[in-house]
Design a protein around this ligand. Structure first.
Ligand code: FES
Length: 96
C-alpha cells in the first residue's frame, strides 16, 4: 500500500445510483448533472485541480440528484441542470 496526498484540490461526487424501485438520483437526471459538471470543469481547463466523479448511493435518495463536494463538506440536493454553474462557482472558491 502507498499513502499519497490527494491528486486533486476538490472532488465533486455526483450520485448516479439507479434503482429499479423507489426514488434514485439517476431517475431524477443525475447523469446529465454529472456530464454537465464534467464538461464545465474541462472547458475551464481545471481537470487537474477538480475531479468530477460518480458515486453510488449516498443515502438521501428521495432528495436527489445529490452532489457532494470534498473537502468542502457541501451537499447539494435536488440539483437540476440550471444549478451546475452555481455549484461550479462555489467549487471554484479556494482553488489555487
Ligand atoms: S440514489 Fe442517490 S442518494 Fe441514493
Amino acid at each position: 500500500m502507498e499513502r499519497n496526498p490527494l491528486p486533486h484540490q476538490k472532488i465533486v461526487y455526483v450520485c448516479l445510483n439507479e434503482r429499479e424501485a423507489g426514488p434514485c438520483c439517476a431517475a431524477k437526471g443525475s447523469t446529465d448533472i454529472h456530464a454537465l459538471l464534467k464538461e464545465a470543469v474541462k472547458t475551464r481547463g481545471l481537470n487537474t485541480k477538480i475531479r468530477v466523479s460518480r458515486s453510488g448511493c449516498m443515502g438521501r435518495c428521495g432528495n436527489g440528484p445529490n452532489v457532494l463536494v470534498f473537502p468542502d463538506g457541501v451537499w447539494y440536493s435536488g440539483v437540476c441542470p440550471d444549478d451546475v454553474e452555481t455549484i461550479l462557482g462555489e467549487v471554484l472558491q479556494g482553488i489555487a
